[in-house]
Design a protein around this ligand. Sequence first.
Ligand code: SF4
Ligand code: SF4
Length: 104
Amino acid sequence: MTSKEKTWTWRDIPVGAVVEEPGNASEYLTGGWRSERPVFTPDHCVQCGLCYVYCPDAAIVMTREGYPDIRLDYCKGCGICARECFMSTFGLSCFEMVDEEEFR
Ligand code: SF4
Ligand code: SF4
C-alpha cells in the first residue's frame, strides 16, 4: 500500500523552518520543556532588573513595584536568572532552581 506521503509532489510539502507571521513566538508555550523552575523570593531583591535583562526567553516581566514576575508558560528553566541575579554576587540569589517534579 502506498502511503499518502509517497504521493506528494513538492507543491504539497508543508513549508518548514519559515516564520510565516512575525511576532508569533508568543503563541508557542515552551514552559513544558522545563525540568527546573526558578522560585523567586523578594527578601533580598534590590529591583535592579538584571534578571529581566538576562532571561534569554523574555520570560521575566517586571511588576509595577519593580519585582520580577516569571511567566512560567515561557520559562524553559535554564537557571540564568538565578546565576545572574545581582544578589548572587553576595551568595543571596533571589531565585532558587527547584525540581519541576515538586510542583506536580
Ligand atoms: S530560568 Fe531561564 S528562562 Fe526561566 S526565567 Fe530564568 S532566565 Fe528566564
Ligand atoms: S537580578 Fe535579582 S536583585 Fe535584581 S531585580 Fe532580579 S531578582 Fe531582584
